[in-house]
Design a protein around this ligand. Sequence first.
Ligand SMILES: Nc1ncnc2c1ncn2[C@@H]1O[C@H](COP(=O)(O)OP(=O)(O)OP(=O)(O)O)[C@@H](O)[C@H]1O
Length: 284
Amino acid sequence: MPADLTELTEPTDLAEITGAHGARGTHGTAAVQLHGVGKTFGHGPAAVNALKGIDLTVADGEFVCLLGASGCGKSTLLNLLAGLDDATAGTVSVGAARPSFMFQEAALMPWLTAQRNVELPLRLAGHGRAARARRAEELLSLVRLEGVGAKRPHELSGGMRQRVSLARALAAATGLGAGDPGSDTTGLLLMDEPFAALDAITRDVLQGELLRVWRATGTTIVFVTHDVREAVRLAERVVLLSSRPGTVVREWEIPADGHGAEQQAQLHDDITGRLRQVITSHAA
Ligand SMILES: Nc1ncnc2c1ncn2[C@@H]1O[C@H](COP(=O)(O)OP(=O)(O)OP(=O)(O)O)[C@@H](O)[C@H]1O
């Protein structure tokens, strides 16, 4: 069991709140399937070939990190998964899950309280006031923000704002949770460098919190980062992308016990070496 995960054993009531089935070892159907996906922006000589021939399957409940240098097409790929843009080649299929996004900036509504921010996707989905308030309270508690629901974003630290953002993303992805017949209670979280703007200590804490929430909810996570250490700490599988066009260079399965210090360092060195090669060959 990885060090990160042993200390993060969730209380049973969390599993009850979220309808969790746990994380590792429970993957069944595919949450995401990409076959031969390409994306070209523009036409003619000015066209930018951002992605080419991407084949990728993410299992239900899996935590995958997309790793690559700046400009390799990580955000473009997330946009395709979220349905915010269309591929110019191949097929993108996102199972039953409703994808929800979390960005580097929390992007909260400044005039709404933390609780109302979390409620927003539930309100847009047509859920009644009492049900959505109950669910927002559950999710705020899940991200350890009990008692701050009445505060507005400017009253919160950067780390707290990202916790609210995570709770809101979970609300968008999982609706009312286990009690919501119309929702996929596991959901799909698309995370675009969500901790990159935080200081190192807060980032470390939130990485641990994200692992705890993932284990408690069984949510499928596709997490974009250019930080090898972050990828190895968080993911079950790391997918390395090359640049221009972005293609899958290599994948690493991170074994469940692979987060021990020695193995983690080995994987870190291995992946960093390959990332360097990719960057160097692109620059040449
Ligand atoms: N709307 C667009 N029009 C033209 N080119 C674009 C557009 N969006 C992205 N690109 C180009 O596609 C390539 C991939 O961009 P993308 O933002 O997906 O990379 P990234 O890996 O997320 O980069 P970063 O880590 O810097 O955010 C880049 O060369 C970028 O300039």
